[in-house]
Design a protein around this ligand. Structure first.
Ligand code: URA
Ligand code: CA
Length: 434
């Protein structure tokens, strides 16, 4: 079947065979199928959808378009965790050491932040000396010795996804569940994961704003996992307000340290325990989520999770003294308090706007080429549902460059809506898809 016939078949709502999907992705990757044909196909998928079997085939075709990370030198079942992206999402920094402390290997490839959401690699690099570029032998040794290493992606993984995502971006075909699901899952599978725990965010600061869409995406990804033999569990979690209090890089490292000591924000702690316990179950080391959760809580209580974070930092050439002296993390020149202008209750904290404010201060990138200032960011003092008095600080801005401060102050004040009536905070965990 030629490319036109494959496009027509999908346009008319028929199911493509494994061979047809492979042919399409191979041809697109090697350049023999042009952008205009691939765009037409993507639009046909947008309208007609794909069966679970087709979506799984598409995922594996994308995986096979590039290199695949080989983690076979690392003992045990490698469970990866992926978040669809949030504001102030410090979970990987907490989860990694927590899960490793429970004896399950964490061999993670992470990304940098873009736009209003931050990236784990940037946060880790805010720790003085920390290297996210380990050679593969060192990466494997770190995981075998300490049970944890996190590096940036170096190998040429999923080139078909890069090309297809760029094309979807300019042809109004990004928001198709099978295309998103295969895009995300292909990257996790190519990174060597045996099993996957997904944190699918929903709400204003998330890629999937509507909860029903987030659940559909979660179901599509769990179905892919089943088809390709990588057990996948998805937690759908709230991203209508930022996670925890800290939004930035060094400030989020500090928040992760506090959380590993058992002194962190309730939402960040809960989400880390929830995702972590599913990781432990998928690893095969724990029989059920309740038992796994106890082990994680114990690791926080007895200090082994914090000790693991120190070993992780030192293992990747970072300054381990920051764990006991977080003041040694990069500090901004000034801290500016944003004060409440009236009494009331926090009704909303618009997550996307808070993320954009942090970016404006220099904590994130608008384009891939932008430099990040690790010391700057935002520390919120309130969460949705909490009472506030006029003149009380709503947030502290960590500032190096004064220029955007006035604008950020005004925007942040509007992003943190104060009402007169009590409100119920949004539920953190919305759904668990297995
Ligand atoms: N994130 C991805 O990695 N892929 C998509 O298609 C959408 C969001
Ligand atoms: Ca946070």
């Amino acid at each position: 079947m030629n490319t036109v016939e494959i496009i027509r078949k999908k346009r008319d709502g028929q199911e493509l065979t494994t061979a047809e999907i492979k042919k399409l992705i191979r041809g697109y990757t090697d350049g023999s199928i042009p952008d205009y044909q691939m765009s037409a196909w993507a639009m046909a998928v947008y309208y007609q959808g794909m069966s679970d079997r087709e979506t799984a085939d598409l995922t594996m075709a994308i995986v096979e378009s590039g290199e695949q990370v080989d983690l076979s030198q690392i003992a045990g079942i490698k469970v990866d965790k992926h978040s669809t992206g949030g504001v102030g999402d410090t979970t990987t920094l907490v989860l990694g050491p927590l899960v490793a402390a429970a004896g399950v290997p964490v061999a993670k490839l992470s990304g940098r932040g873009l736009g209003h959401t931050g990236g784990t690699i940037d946060k880790l690099e805010s720790i003085p000396g920390f290297s996210t570029e380990l050679a593969s032998a060192e990466f494997v040794k770190r995981v075998n010795d300490d049970k944890i290493a996190v590096i940036g992606q170096t190998a040429d993984l999923t080139p078909a996804d890069k090309k297809l995502y760029a094309l979807r971006d300019v042809t109004a075909t990004v928001d198709s569940i099978p295309l998103i699901a295969s895009s995300i899952m292909s990257k996790k599978i190519a990174s060597g994961a045996d099993a996957i725990v997904l944190d699918v965010k929903t709400g204003e600061g998330a890629f999937m704003k509507e909860e029903a869409d987030a659940i559909r995406l979660a179901q599509a990804m769990v179905a892919i996992g089943k088809h390709v033999g990588r057990t996948t569990v998805a937690v759908v979690s709230d991203m209508s307000q930022p996670l925890g209090y800290a939004v930035g890089n060094a400030v989020e490292v500090k928040e992760a340290i506090d959380t590993l000591k058992g002194e962190g924000p309730a939402d960040l702690t809960e989400l880390s325990l929830m995702l972590g316990s599913h990781m432990l179950v998928l690893s095969g080391k724990y029989g059920n989520a309740a038992e796994a959760r106890k082990a994680l809580e114990q690791a926080i209580r007895d200090g082994s999770a914090l000790a693991k974070f120190r070993a992780f930092v030192v293992g990747q050439h970072g300054d381990g003294t920051v764990i006991d002296q977080p003041d040694r993390l990069l500090q901004p020149r000034t801290k500016r308090k944003v004060l409440a202008e009236r009494d009331g209750v926090i009704n909303k904290i618009h997550a996307e706007e808070v993320g954009l404010c942090a970016m404006k201060l220099g904590a994130g990138r608008a384009t891939k080429e932008d430099q990040i200032d690790y010391a700057v960011g935002i520390l919120l003092h309130k969460k949705v549902g909490e009472p506030v008095k006029k003149g009380e600080p709503l947030a502290t801005l960590y500032v190096n460059n004064e220029e955007p401060v006035q604008e950020v102050e005004a925007r942040l004040r509007s992003a943190m809506e104060i009402g007169t009536e009590p409100v119920t905070p949004p539920a953190l965990i919305r759904s668990i898809v297995t």
